[in-house]
Design a binder for this molecule. Structure first.
Ligand code: 3PG
Length: 212
């Protein structure tokens, strides 16, 4: 249920960000994530397959499925209609956040500056996607932001892989880390269940090894 989606994201501490070229690839992706021990998927609205893929994954009932790269209120409507339990946006848009509020679906807007974080707070959101993390100062920048925004939690995303993951997850202000490294687009397209499951399992183990 949407009310628990954020809690579930925080519980898993990792969010696979998926670009699906063909909704028919969604079942294999879902199988791989479940096998890898991370039953979470943020399906990006960057391909026409996104809506159907969200619906297919959500219908399984064994995955927490959200929509990513949501840029407009119309996409919020589409994501919710497809069954998305949470919405992620690269930036902080009042229109997107308000539409999510109307639907009662949790939203994680993007921000990397104090002004952007304050904008999210003014709009009632305390969980911010720190994106693009790698080129915006990385973990030290997240820690610096957190030092002035007590209570704000971050989801660093963008340019993160196994090497960078521990630096972010060591921060108490980091609720979860998102990224596509466990679900490479070519492997999703190839329906490489074993390969994606291994990458996912490795990410879960790496996350478990790091606590703030
Ligand atoms: C996103 O949509 O959040 C980003 O594409 C994820 O970034 P990454 O592909 O560098 O992990």
């Amino acid at each position: 249920p949407p009310a628990g989606a954020v809690e579930a994201l925080v519980h898993h501490r990792l969010v696979p960000v998926v670009v699906l070229d063909d909704a028919a690839d969604a079942p294999a992706l879902g199988d791989a994530l479940v096998a890898g021990g991370l039953p979470v998927a943020e399906v990006t609205f960057r391909t026409p397959a996104a809506r159907t893929a969200i619906a297919r994954l959500a219908d399984r009932g064994d995955l927490l499925v959200g929509a990513g790269t949501v840029l407009t209120p119309a996409q919020v409507d589409q994501a919710v209609a497809a069954g998305a339990a949470f919405v992620v946006s690269p930036g902080t848009s009042a229109a997107v956040i308000e539409r999510c509020g109307e639907h009662g679906v949790p939203v994680v807007p993007g921000g990397v500056t104090p002004t952007e974080v304050m904008r999210a707070l003014e709009l009632g959101v305390g969980l911010v996607k720190f994106f693009p993390a790698g080129t915006s100062g990385g973990a030290p920048a997240v820690a610096a932001l957190a030092s002035v925004f007590a209570g704000v939690r971050f989801v660093p995303t963008g340019g993160i892989g196994p090497r960078e993951l521990p630096d972010y997850l060591a921060l108490a202000c980091v609720a979860a880390v998102a990224g596509s490294w466990m679900v490479p687009r070519d492997r999703v397209r190839a329906r490489d269940v074993a390969g994606i499951a291994t990458l996912t399992r490795d990410a879960v183990a790496a996350a478990d090894a790091v606590r703030p």
